[in-house]
Design a protein around this ligand. Structure first.
Ligand code: LHQ
Length: 259
């Protein structure tokens, strides 16, 4: 059975984490397969949005704990992160197209933090987010200590990570951890609608927006204004910018092609 399912529908790439019996917990194979799939998404210019979800009732329960030995040396843990998790979150942040996390169910440990590094995060009402690490004596990884305080503020992040609380989709929405949540019955349809909208927008402009946001996480105000200037020039050299202006003047809807 493939641990990661991949399907292209129109210009959206649907990626499904597929180990439902283990709540889509990550083993090495799933992690490497997700990395390869994200590379395919980067290379295929017909893909203009990437949609990540989980099979069955979970998004992902993080690392497959049945495959972790409690006598692992620290060097081994570091290797698991550098080979299996860091490359996933780096690929998502560097991907030149929007990535939407469609959190269909529980997202725990690295599973939660992979969702939290995506560009748009939506959840089903019954979904939840758990920084499960403290329950097993580990620290939050996969970029969680970077993104969570920036999403919800230092105090909320600190408490959530230390206590390992189960955060409902509604709470996650209220504290700014996610973009929106939807009733379970409407979730798939609504999440896919957002993905299709993203795929119809000026893809290169969105890629530059993403680069600017990435930079904003580490740069000061002056540096950020310079970055905006450089990226705005690049955006204005795209065909989609020409189409946007033309459509505005002709009082019609633009037809962006992503170039
Ligand atoms: C699982 C898992 C799982 C295996 C549920 N593994 N089977 C990075 C570097 C190196 C090492 C360590 O980790 C990391 C990053 C990390 O992600 S660490 C954090 C790892 N994840 C967790 O600690 C979460 C563990 N899971 C849970 O706390 C619960 O399963 C949650 C809250 C996710 C869901 O609870 P329930 O809805 O009550 O489901 P369940 O616990 O009954 O699980 C259903 C099945 O899935 C069950 O198997 P079984 O054969 O009994 O039906 C679980 O054993 C299995 N499963 N998570 N991570």
């Amino acid at each position: 059975m493939n641990t990661v399912l991949f399907e292209i529908n129109d210009s959206v790439a649907f990626i499904t984490l597929n180990r439902p019996d283990k709540l889509n917990a990550f083993n090495r194979e799933m992690s490497l397969s997700l990395q390869e799939t994200l590379d395919k998404c980067e290379k295929n210019s017909s893909i203009r949005c990437v949609y990540i979800t989980g099979a069955g009732r979970a998004f992902s329960a993080g690392q497959d704990l049945s495959q972790v030995n409690d006598s692992e040396e620290f060097a081994v843990m570091g290797k698991i992160l550098s080979e299996q998790y860091n490359p996933v979150v780096k690929r998502i942040r560097n991907l030149s197209k929007p990535v939407i996390a469609a959190v269909n169910g529980v997202a725990a440990g690295a599973g939660a933090n992979i969702a939290l590094c995506c560009d748009v995060i939506v959840a089903a009402e019954s979904a939840s987010f758990i920084q499960a690490f403290s329950k097993i004596g580990l620290i939050p990884d996969s970029g969680g200590t970077y993104f969570l305080p920036r999403l919800v503020g230092f105090q909320k992040a600190s408490a959530i990570m230390m206590l390992g609380d189960k955060i409902s989709a509604k709470e996650a929405d209220e504290m700014g951890m996610i973009y929106k949540y939807f009733p379970d019955k409407e979730f798939e349809q609504e999440a896919e609608k957002i993905a299709r909208t993203l795929s119809s927008l000026p893809t290169m402009g969105l890629a530059f927006t993403k680069q600017a946001l990435n930079k904003s996480l580490e740069q000061d105000f002056e540096e950020q204004l310079l970055t905006e200037g450089i990226l705005q020039q690049k955006a204005s050299a795209t065909n989609d910018f020409k189409e946007g202006i033309k459509a505005f003047k002709e009082k019609r809807r633009p037809n962006f092609r992503g170039d």
